[in-house]
Design a protein around this ligand. Structure first.
Ligand code: NI
Length: 169
């Protein structure tokens, strides 16, 4: 089932997600809905708060559904190591048409549970590293426009307000 994606400034996007305790059927079906929603929106990452669920769950697939090996479910994830620096443009499904350069670690190691509750570690470089950091930020209620300069953020917020007024947001 495709879920509606919440856009900024929906307050759920800035609320830290609750840890997941139950790895039950409801979670499995939620994770599968998240993948379906992400693919339909042509995204490479989606976090539960973006569909209005304040839980620490995120899905990532850099292949956009073409390569099952790249599907990644991160439940209760934590970044345990970061190295290097990247400064690249990012977008977010909750901010259509807004793209901004964000400073991120070039490599991260993440510790997380899968949808069955099994703990694992995963490493990400370049795009995967950025995506992991962006999605884990969502679980802390942190949005990418709060990781750019105040000046650039004001410009982006002005653009959003303009689109809202025009009924395009
Ligand atoms: Ni996002």
């Amino acid at each position: 089932m495709i879920l509606p994606i919440r856009k900024f400034p929906d307050p759920v996007l800035q609320r830290p997600g609750e840890p997941v305790m139950d790895f039950d059927d409801a979670l499995q079906s939620f994770v599968s809905d998240m993948f379906e929603t992400m693919y339909a929106a042509q995204g490479i990452g989606l976090a539960a708060p973006q569909v209005g669920v304040s839980r620490r769950v995120t899905v990532i697939d850099l292949s956009g559904g073409k390569d099952p090996e790249q599907k990644m479910v991160l439940v209760n994830p934590e970044i345990i190591e970061r190295a290097g620096k990247l400064y690249e443009e990012e977008g977010c499904l909750s901010f259509p048409e807004i793209r901004e350069k964000v400073v991120r670690a070039a490599r991260v190691t993440v510790r997380a549970q899968d949808e069955h509750g099994k703990w694992f570690e995963a490493e990400g470089e370049e795009l995967l590293s950025r995506c992991m950091q962006h999605e884990i930020d969502h679980l802390d209620g942190v949005l990418f426009i709060f990781r750019i300069s105040g000046l650039k953020r004001d410009l982006a917020l002005r653009k959003i307000r303009k689109m809202q007024r025009a009924g395009e947001w």
